[in-house]
Design a protein around this ligand. Structure first.
Ligand SMILES: Nc1ncnc2c1ncn2[C@@H]1O[C@H](COP(=O)(O)OP(=O)(O)O)[C@@H](O)[C@H]1O
Ligand SMILES: [Mg+2]
Length: 317
């Protein structure tokens, strides 16, 4: 079983052979992935690991087939890289890689399927409606409590996502989301606090509370603004902290995820948690959230990326 803080990689003396760091890709999150991938490659190099950097472009399959490597660290975000396609290719080629296998990756990329699986297991996630242009937006808004977040089903980084509080806003939000995805849904707004929980192997790292200065944790708050504050360890009561950690791990496993990842959740004013999504390839720049949670248990960035790679060598995924 994986033990954070014990630096299993450092102590294992393992050699990984040639490790390809796959980054870039062609999704809307390419820019973030370029940053994640380069940071990961530098971190792994610091640990003495033999790295091949692969900036995946339009010819990603040909690039992967042409390269020679023993294992992959997947630092691709969004469609084509985080959604199970690259994972399926690597599985077919028999090349081990970091993070979830292809089916779990594909489900986690689909926010709607993810919610449906959680609901089937009575795990809490905000109420939702799938949206179509012919829908009665006023009725939908009312059914969801008068305030909603409208989201493309398959995007990340808050892309194409807007909060709507009346039917005109809902229509505009739907049209904005539709530009990114043929499937769009509206979800009840949860007013309260926001947390994110990193998972490393079987271990839950300390939850982080996000305190964005913007209205919500949007693209700007994630990657541009310096005004978002983060609390890790956060100041939940020990009971609530335990509840959130258990919920995060359960929700992660329910989707079939493995290796590493991050679960986003909200807490309403009554103290109840609501799951938002699982990220199977979370951002991995120095300022990202998983590295922040790892630091809280004594793992620095380069040790963390080596640990993630180490976990990919363990059989049970
Ligand atoms: N139902 C909701 N209620 C309140 N805030 C939300 C809700 N859904 C999303 N948000 C806000 O939007 C951000 C992004 O939503 P999320 O579902 O995690 O998608 P992404 O893949 O873009 O990170 C969240 O971190 C949170 O700040
Ligand atoms: Mg999120």
């Amino acid at each position: 079983m994986y033990q954070p803080g014990f630096k299993n990689f450092v102590n294992s003396g393992k050699s990984f052979g040639k490790v390809a760091v796959l980054y870039g890709g062609t999704s809307a999150e390419r820019d973030v992935s370029l940053k994640s991938g380069r940071a990961v490659a530098n971190g792994l190099r610091e640990q003495g690991i033999d790295i091949l950097e692969l900036d995946i472009g339009n010819q990603g399959v040909a690039q992967i087939l042409a390269a020679t490597f023993d294992r992959a660290f997947i630092a691709l975000h969004g469609e084509g890289g985080e959604d199970g396609k690259v994972q399926a290719l690597l599985q077919l080629l028999g090349i081990p890689f970091t993070g979830s296998l292809h089916t779990a990756s594909a489900i986690a990329m689909d926010k709607l399927k993810t919610k449906q699986i959680w609901l089937s297991a009575s795990l809490p996630t905000p109420d939702y409606r799938v949206l179509q242009s012919s829908d009665d937006f006023a009725a939908c808004l009312q059914a969801l409590g008068g305030s909603v977040f409208v989201k493309p089903v398959h995007e990340g980084s808050s892309i194409g996502m807007t909060c709507a509080n009346n039917k005109e806003e809902l229509k505009a939000a739907f049209e904005a989301a539709e530009k990114f995805d043929s499937e769009v849904f509206a979800e009840s707004t949860v007013v309260g606090r926001e947390f994110t929980v990193a998972i490393l192997g079987e271990t839950v790292l300390p939850p982080i509370e996000l305190l964005p200065s913007n209205r919500f944790y949007d693209y700007d708050a994630k990657y541009i603004s310096n005004e978002t504050r983060y609390l890790c360890p956060c100041n939940l009561t020990p009971d609530k902290n335990k509840e959130l950690c258990e919920l995060a791990l359960k929700s992660f496993k329910m989707i079939g995820c493995s290796g590493w990842g991050r679960v986003d959740a909200l807490q309403d004013e009554a103290g109840n948690f609501h799951l938002l999504e699982v990220n199977t390839v979370p951002g991995m720049t120095d300022h990202s959230l998983v590295p922040m949670a790892a630091r809280a248990v004594g793992l620095n960035f380069s040790e963390l990326v080596a640990e993630i790679l180490y976990i990919s060598t363990l059989g049970a995924r």
